[in-house]
Write a protein that binds this ligand. Structure first.
Ligand SMILES: N[C@@H](CCC(=O)N[C@@H](CS)C(=O)NCC(=O)O)C(=O)O
Length: 206
């Protein structure tokens, strides 16, 4: 049995999900810097493992998997039964649904805002594109705020895989250099996540 290997730079939100998940579940891992300034994600060797040329990819004793939320589900099913991976099917489907929602609804506008406002020089900012993304991200974050009015965490009163998929968005939302509506439940959840050493280590302080 070889140790779980995570390929991906630690500044990537999608890699951070996997790192945070491993730390919450005490899964030992080794990580190799791939992507961003490190490159290596478009080499034939990497593309043979992940044809998208994106990070993260994991190698679990020869089993190769990509798509961050699929990786989180796999690791939670394998190591987090009854914890991040709820045993009740309906509760688990609820968490699963929020993970899909993160990828399909929240991530696209948040990605535009993060890259546009925090990673690009100000002179190339496309104001119209940013306003459109801000409207969409705000609408999605209001939905999350309403959900978090019901429970302490996204899919119940304990941390689940849904929080792992969505937690980075809270950190990025509060880092955006834009005026934002008050989202009191998201703010309380973000404070709760910050109480967790693994979240601080892999997300809030990176
Ligand atoms: N849906 C994919 C998206 C992966 C993705 O877009 N990864 C970005 C980083 S967050 C990436 O690889 N960008 C190119 C790079 O880092 O060089 C997932 O969730 O794993």
């Amino acid at each position: 049995m070889t140790m779980l290997k995570i390929l991906g730079r630690k500044t990537s939100s999608n890699v951070q999900k996997v790192l945070w998940c491993c730390s919450e579940l005490d899964i030992p891992f080794e990580r190799e810097d791939v992507g961003g300034p490190f490159g290596k994600n478009n080499t034939p060797e990497y593309l043979a493992r992940n044809p998208n040329g994106l990070v993260p990819t994991i190698d679990d004793d020869g089993f190769i998997l990509w798509e961050s939320n699929a990786i989180v589900r796999y690791l939670c099913a394998k190591h987090g039964a009854g914890k991040l991976w709820q045993s009740d099917l309906a509760r688990r489907a609820d968490a699963d649904r929020w993970m899909d929602w993160q990828q399909t609804t929240l991530a696209p506008p948040m990605g535009v805002l993060f890259r546009g406002l925090l990673r690009q020089p100000p002179e190339v900012i496309d104001a119209e594109q940013m306003n459109g993304a801000m409207q969409k991200a705000t609408a999605a974050m209001r939905i999350l705020d309403a959900q978090l009015a019901l429970h302490s965490f996204v899919a119940g009163d304990t941390l689940t895989m849904a929080d792992i998929a969505l937690g980075n968005a809270a950190h990025r939302w509060f880092s955006l250099p834009r005026e934002r509506p008050e989202l009191p439940n998201v703010a309380k959840w973000y404070a709760r996540l910050n109480d967790r050493p693994a979240y601080r280590q892999h997300i809030a302080t990176v």
